[in-house]
Structure formats: C-alpha cells, structure tokens
Design a protein around this ligand. Structure first.
Ligand code: TPP
Length: 388
C-alpha cells in the first residue's frame, strides 16, 4: 500500500465536542472599576471602618512627606513615595487578620506601617542599613521586596504550605503594574491557581513602571483580565476609593480563606510623585495629567464622604492631623539619630549555612576593618602616627 493509500484509509474518530474546563465568564473583571464613594453604595459602608481608613490615609500621606524630606536631609538613601496610592496601601493592611501574611514591594511602606511595624524599622532597608530592619515573623510581614515580583512566588509558597498544615492563613501579595511583566508573576499565579492557594494578588496599577507607561507594558484589556488565563477571578477597583479597595480585597481574602483559591485584584491608581527621590518624572509625563489625578485624591474623596454623612467635623479632622504630626515628629527625631552599625552584620542571616565565598568575604572585611582600626589608633597616638 502506498503512503497516499494509507492516508486515504486513515479515518480519525471525530473528537468530542470541546468544553472549557472552567467557565471563563465568572472570572472576568467588570468593565468599570468598582467604586463605593460618591455612589449609592456609600451609605452601606461601615462608619467605623471609614473613620479608621481616613485616619490611616492622613497618617500615610504625612509619612510619605516626612520620608521624602528625610531623603533631602541625607537621612534616607532612597524613598519610593506612595502619595496618591494611600487608599491601596492602607486597605491592604486592614483587610488582613493577625495570622495572615503581607508580602510588600519597596513602595508599600505604608501598608507595612499600617500592619503595625515600627515606622523607623520599616525604613531601615531604604536607609541602606541592616537587612530588613524588622522581624518578619513578629507582624507576619515579609521583607519589602526590591527585585520585582519575587515576593509573589514566596507568598504562594507560604500560603500553600500553611494550607497543607491546616493553618488558617491568607497571604496578600502586592506588586506594581510593571511587575506583572516578570516571569515570577506568571509562575506565582499559575501555581496559586493550580493549588488553589489562599493568596490575594494585589496589583497597584499606578500608570508607570518608572518611565514606562502601561500602554508599553502590556496589550491586555486590563491587568485584571490576566487572571482568567490562570483560572482565577480578576477584579478591577478604583484604587483611590479606600472603601471600594477595602471591600474588594476583603471579598478576595474571604474567598481565599474559605478554600476558594486566589484572586487577582487590579487597583487603578496614580503615582503622584516621581518614582523615587532619584527620578525626574517631568521627563516622561506632563503636569496636566498629574493635576487630573490630584482631583481624584484618595484622602479628599473619603473626607467628602465622611463629611456628607456627618461622620467628620473640624475637631475630628484637627485631631487626626495632630496624630499624624506626632507620628512624623517621632519619625524625624528617631531618623536623625545615627544608628550604631556593625558592618560585619552584612554577612549575618544571608544563609543558614554560610557559603565558602561568603566566609572568605567576611574574613576580608574583618581584616580591612582591623587594619583601619589600627590606622586610627596610630593616627591618634600623636606625632609619628600614621597620617590619614
Ligand atoms: C527584577 C527587577 N528588574 C528590574 C528592576 C528595576 N526596577 C526597579 S523599580 C522598576 C519599575 C517597577 O514598576 P512597577 O512594578 O509598576 O512598580 P512601581 O514602582 O510603579 O510601584 C524597575 C524596572 C528591579 N528592581 N527588579
């Protein structure tokens, strides 16, 4: 039989009608970001929660201003401000239970502080001092992650392990719009969905990855749509509406805790300041755009709502602002003290068992420090001492 004859004889059985494994429709984000403030939903929002959110937003904004000032005074090496994004920061911290874990990026200092970490310890890394500066286990807050998206697989691993052990733990992992282009983002979401890990992926889409606008970052309809490809729900929320962000994240946390698996939440927000104090944002965006976003300010939006409902008056606003000033004064005073640092600490806690390279480098530094100390002792012993 020739090849052609063989082919002619081949009669494949028709495949069964194809069915998607998961119905994609319920996973799709809404067309519009979810909003509460300024809509009919606002009346149903819990007054105590709104007041708490407001106090934290005001404190957060003051913290950003103070930390930025500290960079100008040489007390802080770098500060990525989250001014304009305070609603996302604060809501992310407030939706978690004590036993849950927060996995922040470098921009998420406000979330870390709102979770209860000491404001000065939160800045240790950005000051260029010790490793993380706080004990991650004390408040269940992972280190502020500078390598983009690496915190996401960590969050999935922790959440999955907790579930295997039967612990009631949800991990909330924060990432920027730029971070969603990283391989770690893909790997984390894929594993989380396959394992139904109790994780909430929280993307703050603040418009830019340093100078790269979202349009050059992705061609997806929205970042929330990416969820569908992994088989998890995607939610879109107005990131400057603290009540809406809190509600959407709280839903996602509840869903994860109940065994429903991960959710991807995209908050539409805006980075009002430059990427960090080392960046000049005027090189890639215009003032007009910034002004439009300042008109949709998270603090003002919540203040308007609280005032409308009679939940806020001038005395209360003054008290909240005074608390924020007290926090800033304490931060200033403590950041102006020179910490006593031991350079040898650089090598501590890198690995449980230090590698041979690390041991070698440690000895090299020890020898350099000893030589320097000897030099200084010599210089201080009057004429004949080493001149430095
Ligand atoms: C793996 C990795 N690649 C590159 C960088 C350099 N980098 C630091 S911040 C940044 C932009 C991140 O933008 P986005 O994820 O949108 O977060 P945002 O800074 O806006 O909060 C880049 C590329 C990095 N830190 N880590």
């Amino acid at each position: 039989m020739t090849v052609m004859e063989q082919r002619g004889a081949y009669r494949p059985t028709p495949p069964p009608a194809w069915q998607p494994r998961t119905d994609p429709a319920p996973l799709l984000p809404d067309a519009e970001p979810y909003r509460v403030l300024g809509t009919g939903r606002a009346d149903a929002a819990d007054p105590e929660l709104l007041r708490r959110l407001y106090a934290e937003l005001v404190k957060g904004r003051r913290y950003n201003a103070q930390a930025t000032a500290l960079t100008k005074q040489g007390r802080l090496a770098v500060y990525p401000s989250s001014t304009g994004q305070e609603a996302c920061e604060v809501a992310a911290a407030l939706v978690l239970e004590e036993q849950d874990w927060l996995f922040p990026s470098y921009r998420d200092t406000l979330a870390v502080v709102a979770r209860g970490v000491d404001p000065v310890e939160t800045l240790t890394l950005l000051r260029g001092d010790w490793h993380t500066g706080y004990d991650p286990y004390e408040h269940r807050v992972a280190p502020l992650s500078t390598p983009l998206a690496t915190q996401l697989p960590h969050a999935v691993g922790l959440a999955h392990a907790a579930r295997l052990k039967g612990d009631d733990v949800v991990a909330l992992a924060m990432v920027g719009d730029g971070g969603t282009s990283e391989g770690d983002f893909h790997e984390a979401l894929n594993f989380a969905a396959v394992w139904r890990a109790p994780v909430v992926f929280f993307v703050q889409n603040n418009g830019f990855a340093i100078s790269v606008p979202l349009a050059k970052q992705t061609a997806a309809p929205s970042l929330a749509h990416k969820a569908v490809g992994y088989g998890m729900p995607g939610r879109l929320v107005d990131g400057n509406d603290a009540a809406a962000v809190h509600e959407v994240l709280a839903d996602a946390v509840r869903h994860a805790r109940a065994g429903g698996g991960p959710t991807l939440v995209e908050a539409i927000t805006y980075r009002v300041e430059a990427h960090t104090n080392a960046d000049d944002a005027t090189r890639y965006r215009g003032d007009a755009e910034v002004e439009i976003w300042k008109g949709h300010d998270p603090v003002a939006l919540l203040e308007q709502e609280l005032t409308r409902r009679g939940l806020l008056d001038d005395d209360r606003i003054a008290a909240v602002r005074q608390d924020a000033e007290t926090m800033a004064a304490d931060l200033r005073a403590r950041m102006n003290q020179d910490p006593a640092l031991d350079p040898m600490d650089l090598f501590a806690h890198v690995y449980a068992e230090p590698t041979s390279q690390l041991l070698e480098q440690r000895e090299q530094l020890r020898a350099e420090l000893a030589a320097e100390a000897e030099d200084e002792a010599g210089a201080g012993s009057g004429p004949g001492g080493t001149q430095r």
